[in-house]
Design a protein around this ligand. Structure first.
Ligand code: SD4
Length: 290
């Protein structure tokens, strides 16, 4: 058995996971921990795939997607937000302060303003420059393990044994205007059940959506699989149907209610962070494509 609390997240987001762990150690809830943890990357201007500083779509608009899920099964989602970087916190507000689950685009931005979120310009000078360079020979193709840090998905198990999760992204760089990936879709980018555990995804969102990856992992764990076996099965569902897997990355991380964790991906280069017993460590992750 594992001592609680525990926090895990996608990629080598050391500081974000450390923050979540500290929030949990301070006795706060799993929900508080994932929102505070994820916000570290939303505010990191060097991260070009989450929050402020994220890469824009091909027309130069930065649009952010996020979702959150609470132990009681409630969830909140925002998609295609362009005026605030605090999208995980905003999705929590949708969950707690509106009668709805999802707000998109202008409606989400207006809601953010109404509840006092600062209006921000999300396109940084360096993201703008990179986009302008891309425009010189615009070719759209997914980049595997983009700079080795990507969408942040996080799961926390607090001292009470309750699980919560959050996911936050700017989506695929130079996506079409209006494109939304898996990250804010409950069941695809994130799913949890407080009786079983949770899962989050990163990588080529279109493929995760088609297989409802995170929901699949939680259901496999419900039926007795370990988090590791469940992540492997979810990756296999994708690669078995799609010969193109050599050209895109998918990674899943999962945790069950006893604090057992697992992770699996298609290509080498993905890692998971795990905070347990007040230690924050990078966990190597096995991959499918050898
Ligand atoms: C998306 N899953 O929008 C996100 C992007 C991502 O690694 O995680 N890239 O499809």
């Amino acid at each position: 058995t594992h001592a609680l609390p525990i926090a895990i997240c996608t990629w080598k987001f050391t500081k974000a996971n450390q923050r979540a762990g500290e929030v949990l150690d301070a006795g706060k809830s799993a929900l508080d921990a994932v929102i505070e943890g994820v916000s570290v990357e939303e505010q990191n201007l060097k991260n070009t795939t989450v929050g402020k500083g994220g890469a824009p779509d091909r027309e130069g608009n930065v649009t952010l997607d996020a979702c959150v899920m609470a132990p009681n099964g409630d969830c909140g989602v925002v998609m295609a937000v362009s005026n605030t970087s605090h999208v995980a916190a905003l999705s929590r507000k949708v969950m707690e302060e509106t009668p709805h689950v999802i707000l998109v685009g202008e409606g989400a931005d207006e809601f953010a303003k109404t509840i006092g979120f600062e209006t921000e310009n999300l396109l940084t000078e360096s993201s703008k420059q990179a986009w302008e360079e891309w425009l010189e020979s615009p070719e759209y193709k997914p980049i595997i393990n983009i700079e080795n840090h990507d969408t942040i998905g996080m799961l926390a198990l607090d001292k009470n044994g309750d699980i919560a999760g959050a996911c936050s992204t700017s989506g695929l760089s130079y996506k079409m205007k209006g494109r939304v990936g898996d990250s804010p879709i409950i069941g695809s980018g994130l799913f949890l059940d407080n009786e079983v555990g949770g899962a989050v995804a990163t990588g080529m969102g279109e493929e995760v959506i088609k297989t409802v990856g995170s929901f699949l992992i939680v259901e496999l764990m419900r039926n007795g699989m370990t988090p590791q076996a469940a992540c492997e099965e979810a990756v296999k569902r994708i690669v078995s149907k799609n010969d193109d897997y050599k050209n895109f990355q998918i990674a899943y991380i999962a945790m069950n209610k006893s604090g057992e964790t697992g992770a699996y991906c298609i290509h080498e280069g993905f890692t998971m962070m795990k905070y347990e017993n007040a230690k924050n460590e990078e966990v190597p992750v096995a991959f499918y494509h050898k």
